[in-house]
Design a protein around this ligand. Sequence first.
Ligand code: MEZ
Length: 537
Amino acid sequence: MYTSEMLASMKNVEKTRNERLHAAISRMGAEEKDELLQEFHPDYRSSGFQVLKVGPNKGSKVPVELAELLEGHSRLHSDQLDLNQVDYDVDVLIIGGGGAGASAAIEADNGGAKVLLVTKLRMGDANTMMAEGGIQAADKANDSPAQHYLDAFGGGHYSNKPELLEKLVLDGPLAIKWLSDLGVMFDKEQDGTMVTTHGGGTSRKRMHACADYTGAEIMRVLRDEVSNRGIKCIDYAPAIELILDDKGHIGGAVLEDLDSHEHLVVRAKTVIIATGGAGRLHYQGFPTSNHYGATADGLVLGYRIGTELIYADAIQYHPTGVAYPAQIYGALVTEKVRSLGAQLVNSEGQAFMHPLETRDVAAASIIRECTARHKGVPALDGVALWLDTPMIDILSGEGTIAKRLPGMLRMYEKFGIDLRKEPILIYPTLHYQNGGILVDSQAETKVPGLYVAGEAVGGIHGRNRLMGNSLLDIIVFGRIAGRNAAASSAKCELGRLTLAHIDKFEAELKAAGIETTVVAPKLLPTYTHGRQARVEK
Ligand code: MEZ
């Protein structure tokens, strides 16, 4: 399956393996990391960013592709719909059907609220489903939430919002228990204790996993729970605009039925944005590990009604995306592969960094190796590095890959590559938006009644998230948002519904001299045939 050029380079990896098995690689110092990031991390490439001219973050830089959407036109005119003609009238509207949305729905239901969950694709089509390696929580005797806090704070370059990070780590053990009680089958030792491993930047083994399909297992259970409770869900119905009431409180959303093109008006006393990430915007041309619907919709909807973004210029490139073969280009190779012993190795068979540096540092280091140091292996249209997977079974015992990484093994087997015997080729892939909408510790934005949970939130992870803290935040903040939205809806009297903010935003665009044909949210990635493709089938 590998080309002759790749096979020649692979010989170097095999030649040095024995020596590398016993040689410890030291971690980089703080100064070295800073220099590396500034020179090689894509967040520092000025051509990838644009300064916003309108909205709450006017004057700040965000990725060019996101700026176009944030400064795009609404899909609606303010007077296009009669907002008295309400299709759904609910207490809590949840926009997004991933782990955060589902957790919020369960807690809002516990709170006695009338809940509606709407999703652009299908319930569970979300980055949650794609998460592989695990979920962090400090629930072992040698660990503590304080230790977890310090790790995440360091990994986030000390920029995490303290009140959000505190909630994350304190609620971590509870989140694992909640998921276990619902039926998530975490990996356990013979005696029933949880199997935990390290992730990049962790000082304790606190990654709980369900083999290498942790997110899929969590989503399976959450989706079942939402369905068993009879919570109303509508698929293929993305929100295309938020609605306010005449006092500036959130009032609901307009949905678009992707089959009929009809608009549906949802009157809601509270709204939770749980729309996930932006990988499908392919910042700076990077491939992505994200699901098909990850187009930053929630950020766009929130921005237009005045919610502020934080760290929208901090993007996570997962160090190990598939670089070969083409059929799975950009897909995630879980960090757990390195937690279990695989090393990153260049074309000459040299290990050039500690395998568990934080993700931003690891991605920048790989890019440096491939560009400035010219030690990449030609793969498809670019260059890549080796991830020496056969080291895992040598270091952790034969059968470890089959047991702990069955999904990864199967994915590569389809293309004739046995990662127990051969290394694999990787390169950074666009994985996560570290930033997002600013919320307080109750998951509420500055717009009363509007909450956010999951990847659409910014600030929890600072400028760089650690592995496994995203599966944790969707549970912790999904539950907080659901609980609070239910409680606040019980006290809410909505005023007259309006879409007047669309005119206000249009006026801002005009005053800033922005002339654009872009309409947002984008809903589906550029390379789609969209609705037509579905109809033609
Ligand atoms: O948190 C993540 O992004 C994660 C678990 C990814 C992975 O490498 O498996």
